[in-house]
Design a protein around this ligand. Sequence first.
Ligand code: FAD
Length: 293
Amino acid sequence: MPAAVKKLSQLGVPVDGYRLTGIRYIDGRRTAEAGFRDGEGCGMRRTDLHAALSAAVEAAGIPVLERSAERVEQDQDGVAVAGLRARYLAAADGLHSPVRRQLGLGISARSQPRYGLRQHYAVAPWTDLVEVHWGPDLEAYVTPLGPALVGVALLTSERAPYEAQLKEFPALVDRLPQSAATSTRGAGPLRQRSRARVAGRVLLVGDAAGYVDALTGEGISVGLASARALVECVAADRPGDYERRWLAASRRYRWITESLLEVRSHRAGARLIVPAAQRLPRVFGAAVNQLAK
Ligand SMILES: Cc1cc2nc3c(=O)[nH]c(=O)nc-3n(C[C@H](O)[C@H](O)[C@H](O)COP(=O)(O)OP(=O)(O)OC[C@H]3O[C@@H](n4cnc5c(N)ncnc54)[C@H](O)[C@@H]3O)c2cc1C
């Protein structure tokens, strides 16, 4: 999303991917489109983004120690983990954060779990928009990644093979080569809740701090915004301020994504999403651009 592109550029991380100019919703018969008003998004493979982030860390002279964070122990003055001791620990250990679990901060989600499954296809993108194809029970989220590569992620509650679920979208299947260029990888359950972001000297950031869903493509942007807030709080030696800053940095994403998921959770509601976006282009455009900020 444009907000993540902007934040990565400010950090000196080159985002040289496929330029994305907006979002298109499709439900088989209808289409709604909204352009990004303030900057472009970028489609790039996660492995390329990771390489760019690693290079930026190295260029900044930040030492990287490849260790697994197991037991976390803290006292009044500091935190010890993986044989290191520091004043604070920023736990950026992902959706299923072992640190969050160890601190007893996780809250079990009551809603039906959703999963993300992704594949890449060697085909030229047919648009510079991210397409979200809405099915009755799942979405296919298509991202142009390069001159001859697109990514297709399925967001679903079904625990069935990727190929079987993709058949829900015949018009999309027609555009794709018969076999994918990579093997299926997945993540989930996507919704993860934490009762707090701060426990003493440990601060949760990124997906570890809590995640709603991949539907609105906001994870990286919210992660970067809250990482900045975390650094400012720690530098000021005011870790207690971070909870409020995280809530502010993630509020818009949580509100829009939760609302969309609530509508999508009822079959009748799901059928109305694309027609409503088509009939109310200004509202759709405003929602997309709230997320793009
Ligand atoms: C299908 C799908 C599509 C998505 N599409 C988008 C998109 O288009 N745009 C977007 O912005 N976001 C998207 N997201 C969300 C995005 O991937 C996440 O929000 C983002 O990767 C979170 O970054 P993170 O650093 O918090 O966690 P992660 O990227 O999960 O990184 C966590 C890291 O912690 C490491 N780790 C875990 N445990 C330990 C341990 N004990 N010790 C040491 N290290 C450990 C892991 O190995 C991993 O490297 C998508 C997610 C899914 C599932």
